[in-house]
Design a protein around this ligand. Structure first.
Ligand code: BGC
Length: 739
């Protein structure tokens, strides 16, 4: 009886607003107070109803019976603001690679698209990620959006993964550093960013059912390490928990991930939001540490609404638990300045030009030259006839599909391909404007550059006979919702290349793919440039790379296998089948358990090295039009940990950038790992002494008993390398003490 009375009193107190005048100083409005002071002051002024508003977000666009909230800008997520207290609405947009326009809610509102994650990480230089993150945030802010759902960082554990193009490769240290740069770039513009999808959501196959099974040490040293590094470096406002399960429990209902690791071990201050439809049991999610249930009505129930409120009013959940969730949400809103609204005028032509130029620069620095025989590239200015084939190269460049797909300004250059319809989500295949063909013509004014769609294979062979060079644009689309069924290129693309080869003229292949692919024709073509999904400035970047105006310097951040048989899981049942929201999945068609203990923390190149398998192209690999040598290696302590010193020389005839990589072997004999990297620009003949900070995580192992990273005493073998399989560079063994 007493308890009931107390609950009623609590309810009355919580639901009745305390007059604002009672909070004479309204400390939460004072930008000079600390974020924590402001949070505490605001919490005191909020009613329970007001608090609960912030514990959910809804779709900011129509979805099934749900209507677009009137005040929503029209994007993935919306949480109403509070006029009484001056709390801004949260308007979140998908923006892994650029601001999206879900269901074309803002008719015709296209934006700038970054190249895919493989390119951003392939620069091995976080300054590019930072510029990309900044660009996205500025474009979001122009549209009144204040939170970007970017920060995709799941490690590439399978080169067939549908969303790998949204992620930053297979190495946790590189991925962590690059994701942090994207997040900081955004948050420095006072736009919140997520990091996602926490955790071990490595493939799309049966993603809501998939159980990633992995031991604690292995997950800490791989996928969780990537998150940890990115969180330490960029303090993202929110962490988005994924659809999948980890060791039996769904991500958003997983106390180990949300409470033990994120809060206790890492001391994370921001908030955990669920992926859209990733809450399956609201009570479990509430208890495990989810702070905000997102994308209502994507889940089967709005647990974090009236359902939980009733429990609080009934005294079954203490208000302090609600307050703790609110603290997590409000803290970053204060920290990143959301309460001090800044008006951003709509974007100008100059903004758009600047942003397109940023994407072009990133593509130029991150696209990977895989092969270049007989100096087929760069294209010489005295070539007379150049034939371009396929890939809609006369119209634009491909984008990956799903929630991250950016719609171009002015509509899709390939008609009928506007990604604007949830019914056909994630289709149709998206393209960004900026045709490589036009750019190539501009770069080669003296050549006659012609185009064939590639549909007619005989026509390709015939036309190729009259060309000095044939450039085939071959594409393979990747998307959220399904993985690639295999590593092959689509049949027609292979056939198009073979048709070009038949003419006997030098053939250059430009790949636009979301993943590594098999190249049965590789020996028959002269050069291969992997452009990945090249982004808004990508057409121009490709032309500049092909003609040598830009010197390729991007490196692979995913190992390219010779065949799927080399992978930890050569076959995954259901791979390639589509996961749709509408169709019920037949569990018998899909694998729902992914044994990640097979490779454990030895993801990608470390797996290949453990198994003694030779990849087609190793992690870190990429060619240049010039050449570099590395001489000498010293590893010295500094205030911020160990630093490697080596000398890099450009021994060729062109200016170019080298990506110096330092790998380390630990005394415990575990496979080598990337410990540090540096991108360095050099003129022909120039040498530079470079200092490369080494990550302390690369030298340590996670100790499950103490939950600490421990560097054991012993002999550590360091080497300078051009890729993970290169053993020719300078090396040294250093005795290190325990740490
Ligand atoms: C994706 C998230 C995305 C969300 C909102 C989900 O399908 O997994 O990455 O942020 O939708 O659109």
């Amino acid at each position: 009886m007493k308890r009931k009375l107390a609950a009623v009193m609590l309810a009355t107190a919580c639901l009745t607003p305390v007059p604002i005048s009672a909070h004479a100083q309204q400390v939460w409005k004072n930008p000079d107070a600390t974020p924590s002071e402001r949070v505490e002051a605001l919490l005191k002024a909020m009613t329970l109803d007001e608090k609960f508003v912030m514990l959910t977000s809804e779709w900011g666009v129509p979805y099934k019976n749900h209507r677009k909230p009137p005040e929503a800008v029209g994007s993935a997520g919306y949480t109403a603001g509070n006029k009484r207290l001056g709390i801004p609405a949260l308007q979140s947009t998908d923006a892994g690679l650029g601001v999206t326009n879900t269901v074309n809610m803002r008719p015709g509102d296209g934006a700038t698209g970054l190249p895919s994650g493989q390119v951003i990480s392939g620069t091995f230089d976080p300054t590019y990620g930072y510029q990309g993150g900044r660009m996205i945030a500025v474009e979001a802010a122009h549209r009144g959006l204040n939170e970007v759902l970017g920060g995709g960082i799941n490690l590439v554990r399978d080169p067939r993964g549908g969303r790998n193009f949204e992620y930053q490769g297979e190495d946790p240290i590189l991925a962590g550093i690059v994701a942090a740069s994207l997040i900081s770039g955004a948050q420095d513009q006072h736009v919140l960013s997520t990091i996602k999808h926490y955790a071990l959501n490595s493939i799309e196959t049966a993603r809501t059912k998939m159980n990633s099974v992995i031991d604690e040490q292995s997950m800490q040293e791989s996928d969780l390490l990537a998150f940890k590094i990115a969180i330490e470096k960029s303090d993202p406002a929110s962490v988005m928990c994924g659809y999948n399960r980890v060791n039996g429990l769904h991500d958003c209902q997983n106390p180990y991930l949300l409470e033990n690791v994120l809060r206790q071990e890492w001391g994370y201050h921001g908030y955990v939001m669920s992926d859209w439809g990733a809450v399956y049991d609201g009570d479990a999610a509430w208890k495990a540490g989810l702070d905000q249930q997102s994308g209502l009505p994507a889940d089967s129930k709005a647990w974090f609404g009236d359902y939980m409120k009733r429990k609080v009013i009934a005294g079954k959940i203490p208000v302090s638990v609600v307050d703790e969730k609110l603290r997590h949400i409000l803290y970053p809103m204060f920290k990143y300045g959301l309460f001090e609204p800044r008006v951003r005028p709509t974007e100008t032509a100059a903004d758009i030009a600047e942003h397109t130029a940023i994407t072009q620069k990133i593509e130029e620095a991150g696209a990977v030259l895989l092969k270049n025989d007989h100096e087929a590239l760069p294209l010489k200015q005295n070539l007379r006839r150049v034939l371009v084939v396929g890939g809609h190269a006369d119209k634009g460049v491909m984008t990956g599909g799903g929630s991250s797909a950016v719609a171009p300004r002015g509509g899709s250059p390939v008609r009928g391909d506007e990604p604007n319809d949830l019914q056909h989500f994630p289709r149709p295949i998206g393209y960004l404007s900026g045709a490589p063909l036009d750019a190539l013509k501009a770069e080669m004014p003296r050549a006659q550059v012609t185009f064939l769609s590639g549909d007619d294979l005989n026509a390709v062979t015939e036309a190729a006979k009259n060309a000095d060079r044939v450039i085939v644009f071959a594409t393979k689309w990747s998307s959220e919702f399904f993985d690639n069924a295999d590593l092959s290129m689509p049949q027609h693309e292979d056939a198009m290349i073979t048709a070009a080869v038949k003419a006997g003229k030098p053939v250059i292949v430009v790949l636009q793919t979301g993943n590594p692919v098999l190249m049965p024709w590789a020996d028959k073509v002269d050069a291969v440039l992997e452009a990945w999904f090249p982004g808004s400035g990508g057409g121009k970047a490709i032309a500049r790379l092909l003609t040598g105006k830009a010197n390729p310097s991007g490196r692979l951040t995913t190992t390219w296998p010779v065949s799927a048989s080399q992978l930890p899981r050569p076959q995954v049942k259901g791979m390639g089948l589509e996961f749709t929201l509408s169709k019920k999945q037949n569990p018998a068609d899909y694998e729902t358990r992914l044994d990640l203990n097979i490779e454990g923390a030895n993801v990608g190149y470390r797996w290949f090295s453990l198994k003694g398998e030779k990849p087609l192209y190793p992690f870190g690999y990429g060619l240049s039009y010039t050449s570099f040598t590395h001489t000498g290696l010293e590893v010295d302590p500094s205030d911020n940990g160990l630093v490697a010193h080596t000398k890099v020389t450009n021994t060729g005839k062109r200016a170019g950038a080298d990506v110096v990589q330092i790998y380390v072997n630990l005394p415990d004999g575990s496979p080598e790992r990337l410990a540090g990297f540096l991108r360095v620009q050099l003129s022909p003949g120039e040498s530079k002494d470079v200092a490369i900070p080494l990550s302390s995580y690369a030298l340590a192992r996670f100790d499950v008993a103490t939950k600490h990273w421990v560097r054991k005493a012993g002999a550590y073998h360091f080497r300078v390398a051009t890729n993970s399989f290169d053993n020719a560079g300078p090396s040294l063994t250093s005795e290190l003490a325990q740490q």
